[in-house]
Design a protein around this ligand. Structure first.
Ligand SMILES: Cc1ncc(COP(=O)(O)O)c(C=O)c1O
Length: 453
């Protein structure tokens, strides 16, 4: 049943009785959020009837747009046939069996063949971290319990995920976090502790820092390294092409598992079908969620390599039994949605469109930066994930104030595009089915937005 109250009621009670994620409750009450009531294609409409292109793509998840009818039909049909049954030991369901086989095929080029299902990205990260520790225990290396990750990385909000997150905003208020988590400088040419702006040289410095941290912690104490192939929420940080292969080589040399966190990048966003594949790397595990169901149903999957799977499946001691799982692991409605999504994702070849439209968007943003001094850095160039970092001053890179970036957001929205503001960054992650015309609308709206500075 859609909301039945009139718009006055909704506006009066906006943010009154609910707390919003990633926001100060008082801020939300002082400046209530936009009430979005309709969505079609790649456009959303607010309660006052104002329509915009959604340059956020829901939240990096609505890759096929809001009108993916086969996905909606699959959800409706599964709800009718069997709305839920658990896949805890002893029972399973038809949709999830079929989905696991489809995913095995989809992720074969990444060397990933088994799936563990979850209800979202943080769940997937938690699952991968736990399975990494268990993997080492089964192999008789119980001392490998620590995790390494990148500063500026984002991995979600469970205690495990927050502990490997690399941004203070998501950590400080919730400390103490998990012990044994260390962070390596991110390969971000615009801001890094080495003062190095050359991406290739910076990648080598960050890899050296990784080696240094492993030596410091002791390789035999480390379970896994987790990274996003392209850092998303941290502001679309694109590592040099040598970075992830370098991480893979170091992890292999030290017996450390590599978890590729692809909650954003799996299923085509980078212009390749996965971020790891984009860089020519085969991870030991891959965390996915978001676009797996186009955002229409909360769902996720951790994909597991043959080598890791064999350790679990070959265990005869009992320690390989998985003491982890969610009520909604393998939810049949989510599985049905994911099956339909995979079919649509392939049929529409969204990775190719992401690559082509991503080039147009990135070029347009670079042109924008030539006209607006408040844009300190333009990041992207790999599919449909781009960011603009705004600064008060280009030379000192002093951060922009909240009011200015708020004005850009508001004016861009009024001019026809919903964008996402995260700290000093404007993040763009439109659906992967956008057309060149949609990209033009986004760029023109941003031009108007920066005109309001
Ligand atoms: C790379 C990455 N990992 C994990 C998460 C957490 O996913 P969720 O918000 O579904 O829990 C996100 C969310 O944006 C993400 O971008």
């Amino acid at each position: 049943m859609p909301a039945t109250k009139d718009s006055n009621f909704l506006k009066e009670n906006n943010a009154r009785s609910l707390w919003h994620p990633m926001a100060h409750p008082a801020d939300m009450q002082a400046a209530p959020p936009i009430i979005v009531t309709r969505a079609r294609g790649v456009r959303i409409t607010d309660i006052d009837g104002h329509e915009t292109v959604d340059a956020v793509g829901g939240l990096w998840n609505v890759n096929l747009g809001f009108s993916a009818d086969p996905v909606k039909a699959a959800i409706a049909a599964q709800l009718e046939r069997m709305p839920y049954y658990s896949i805890f030991r002893g029972t399973t369901n038809d949709a999830v069996i079929e989905l696991a086989e489809e995913l095995r095929d989809f992720f074969a080029p990444d060397g990933l063949s088994r799936a563990f299902f979850t209800s979202g990205g943080s769940d997937s990260v938690e699952t991968a971290l736990r399975l990494a520790r268990q993997y080492h225990k089964i192999r008789g290396e119980a001392g490998r319990v620590k995790f390494l990750s990148l500063k500026k990385g984002y991995h979600g909000t469970h205690m495990g995920a927050a502990s490997v997150n690399g941004n203070a905003n998501f950590r400080t208020a919730y400390e103490p976090l998990l012990p044994g988590c260390s962070h390596i400088p991110a390969p971000c040419p615009y801001r890094n502790p080495f003062g190095e702006s050359d991406p290739g040289r910076l990648a080598q410095l960050c890899l050296a820092a990784l080696e240094d941290e492993i030596a410091f912690q002791g390789a035999g104490t480390i379970a896994a390294f987790i990274m996003e192939p392209i850092l998303g929420a941290g502001g679309v940080i694109v590592p040099h092409e040598s970075f992830m292969p370098g991480v893979r080589e170091i992890c292999d040399r030290h017996g450390i598992l590599l978890i590729s966190d692809e909650v954003i990048t799996a299923f085509g966003r980078t212009g390749s079908w996965t971020g790891a594949r984009h860089w020519g790397v085969r991870p030991d595990m891959m965390t996915t969620a978001k676009a797996i169901t186009n955002g229409y149903f909360p769902f996720g999957a951790v994909m597991i390599s043959d080598a890791v799977a064999e350790v679990f499946e070959g265990d005869t001691s009992g320690i390989g039994a998985i003491g982890h799982g969610y009520t909604y692991s393998g939810h049949p409605v989510g599985a049905a949605a994911a099956l339909a999504c995979l079919a649509e994702t392939r049929r529409l070849d969204v990775a190719a469109n992401a690559a082509a439209r991503g080039e147009e968007l990135f070029a347009g943003l670079q042109a924008l930066a030539e006209r607006h001094a408040v844009i300190g850095d333009v990041r992207g160039g790999h599919g449909l994930m781009c960011a603009l970092e705004l600064v008060a001053d280009r030379d000192s890179k002093a951060p922009i104030d909240k009011a200015t970036i708020g004005r850009v957001h508001e004016a861009t929205y009024r001019a026809g595009a919903m964008i996402r503001v995260s700290g000093p960054n404007i993040i763009l992650s439109p659906p992967l089915v956008v057309t060149s015309d949609d990209v033009r609308v986004i760029l023109e709206a941003l031009e108007a937005g920066f005109g309001a500075v």
